[in-house]
Ligand binder design. Sequence first.
Ligand SMILES: [Zn+2]
Length: 405
Amino acid sequence: MKGEPEHNVAGGCRARTPSALHCAAMFQYRLEDTQGSARAGTLHTPHGEVPTPAFMPVGTQGTVKALAMEEVEALGARMVLANTYHLYLRPGHELVHELGGLHRFMRWDGPLLTDSGGFQVFSLSAIRDVHDDGVDFKSHIDGSTHTFTPERVMDIQRALGADVIMAFDECPPGGCDRVTAEAACDRTLAWLARCRDRFDVLQTEADGPAQALFPVLQGNVYDDLRRSHAERTLGMHDWKGYGIGGLSVGEAKHDMWRTLEILDGVLPADRPRYLMGVGYPDDLLEAVARGCDMFDCVAPTRNARHGTAWTSTEGQVNLKAARFKRDTAALDPMCDCTTCSRYDRAYLRHLVVASEWLAMRLLSIHNLRFLVRLGEEARTRIGNGTFEGWHVEWLERFRKERSNQ
Ligand SMILES: [Zn+2]
């Protein structure tokens, strides 16, 4: 914090000297409607409200790839995610802090979430040693060696200053054996206790932002481990929300759905549930139907860079296809994004085939809006009691059209 006035979105409030009571009020989750297990609610943060279900665009390096933050705001995103691992390595969390924190650095005044870096350490860094104290790893950028401990990860996320921060967890590969999954659960719980101790100390500092710490639930595809890890995590503290980790890492879809159904029966109704790393349209909707509230995924922008877009009328399409050469229709006639309002498929195909930068930008805007709008529509349908029939029809249509590609 540098002493100058904060610029917040409407309804936001920045706690400069957060008291425990103030923090508790700021990160309340209000559950507003349910239909079956599907939930509509609102998460309150110091930088504004997040209506759920909500898709959060991923700003890996403090940027949602190819887009300016005003474009991310214009497409309706309410909360954005950034990656601790990447920002720690480059430009460094101390520099971001010195420049006023991540909100200010990336010019995003809305709610912000940082992950713990755990997933990237386990998936990106080339060489590592996992031990009870933390993880030793080598940077994927220059090979330099680093150590993440639970305390260190809290310090880094404190310096970045996101509203919601995630506990450091061990995320074993999808489909790992039971002994490995069980050991990861135990280690994740031990690290969670250390994260919380450090977090509590950091939150007493007078000049920092108010933050909420979400634990990450593990247990792979083992039902009893999923249940026991969630129950032990709940027993440790009255957390403000819960991250569901270790899914969408190579396991079968039916394992993911069954896991979410188990957790739906264990997790408290009045806390948000963040399904980490899940965000293909049909997966998002399946998870909403099983009680999940918040989502993130790099797929919308990554697919855009490969010329792939999601549509309401034809499922997933690749704009390189010759059939779009003279197609003057909007990419998705049901979509209200700036890409679909202004450009046609023939032009978008030309941009994709010519590898023009604008193709990545326009398709990123559309794909992100597609997921944000899917969350908005699910929320409306849960509110007016039409979610159950709508979501089944939506999934059937999307998958049928995708399988026809
Ligand atoms: Zn669109």
